[in-house]
Design a protein around this ligand. Sequence first.
Ligand code: FAD
Length: 457
Amino acid sequence: MTETATEFDVLILGGGSAGYAAAIRASHHGLSVGIIERDKLGGVCLHYGCIPTKAYLHAAEVADSARASEKFGVKATFESIDMAAVREYKDKIVDGKFKGLQGLLKMRKITTIAGNGRLVSENQIDVDGTVYTGKHIILASGSVSNTMGLTISDKILTSTEALQLDYTPKSAIVLGGGVIGSEFASAWNSYGMDVTIIEGLDTLVPNEDPAIIKQLTRHFRKAGIKSNLGVFFEKVEETSNGVKVTLADGKEYEAEICLVATGRKPNTENMGYEDVNIPMDGAHVATNDRLHTGVGNIYAIGDIVKGKQLAHRGYQHGHFVIEEIMGNNPLKVEDRNIPGVTFTTPEIISVGMTEPVAQEEFGADNVETVEYNLAGNGKSTILGTSGIVKMIRQKHGPIVGVHAIGDRISEQIGEAQLIVNWEAYPEDVAHFIHAHPTQNESLGEAAMMLNGFPLHA
Ligand SMILES: Cc1cc2nc3c(=O)[nH]c(=O)nc-3n(C[C@H](O)[C@H](O)[C@H](O)COP(=O)(O)OP(=O)(O)OC[C@H]3O[C@@H](n4cnc5c(N)ncnc54)[C@H](O)[C@@H]3O)c2cc1C
């Protein structure tokens, strides 16, 4: 709803996952809400992140299925990727969700204020010359690609430009082997492109458990995705027919395009935050553990707060601050137990501590781990996927980490996060019944292994 009101109970700067979740929750409590957005409601996740990339990755899965069809007795052939059509498929999904979100906010009588916002006092935001007031202010201005000083062009792209390609390049260099870089590398490889990942650290997806990293690295190598690990890039130049990347050790790589996937930085520049004495931690907004900035009634949520840059963390932050404003004393949002999914082929899920983190926390002698091999899981064999579920418990204590890799494993994150966040013991989980034949059984089997009595291992 676009209205002339300029005073609200809650005024939110940024209409991404974090901002709109706060807006909706505030409306549930009957608060008047204004949400300021200079681009499109839904933010990065809906328009340039989660949803479009997962549509691209689904197209990749379809391509892989066509290639592998004969293995399943189905006669089909993979011809090529029509990138313009993939883009159209992606755009339709995004457009539909965007319309749905706009309708939802309208239905909840949330006022959308289109324009560029700037914090001008403890309870005011200026939007292109009009000043809006909020009894409570929530900063949710999100994040932008960290381009490492590179000039973005039609050959040197961030994820945003990469999602707009209407042709299929023959080859690509992906700078950065984190989640975003690995997901693009995986999709593009399935599209038939020749992909090389350049990662300055020693491993791909460095935040994952070592056992998962090992599996992904092997899968990528087998799939033909090349990588150069442990050396940072020094420069990226455009050439007559593409790009050339030079590494710190002098090695050179050439390809048709280069994706810069070297992380994302908080979008906090020129927002007026410092002028109002909002405390900063580098480029992040600094808050206490209840997301309050220490200034007036101003909170900060989502990617501008240091921690995991994930949409569902933003949603949870949004809900949290509204419950806090309502005086409902909500549970703190702990970064440690926020689940994560990497939608590569094969997919990765993780929640809680990795083995090294658990060992550091409890001491190596006080940690028990098991790795359940998906070879023992009927549904995984039907799908033709290999992989593992790794479960970590504190000795005589609860399960503190669940990590898994395998095609289609992303849907298992639901139970994995319940196990860790409810601090379940292996003997509890082992007792519950997991339907057969599903990949979900592999979580039950891993718990049974930790409990000493696996069925299919
Ligand atoms: C390629 C990619 C893939 C991703 N995949 C996943 C995934 O699969 N799962 C997942 O959980 N996360 C994923 N993410 C991360 C996820 O998109 C972010 O964590 C999430 O969008 C953060 O939400 P936010 O509300 O904090 O910020 P944003 O989504 O960045 O929203 C901030 C909003 O504020 C607006 N804004 C900024 N400044 C102003 C201003 N001055 N005035 C008015 N409006 C302003 C912006 O236009 C934007 O809409 C992905 C990100 C990328 C880039």
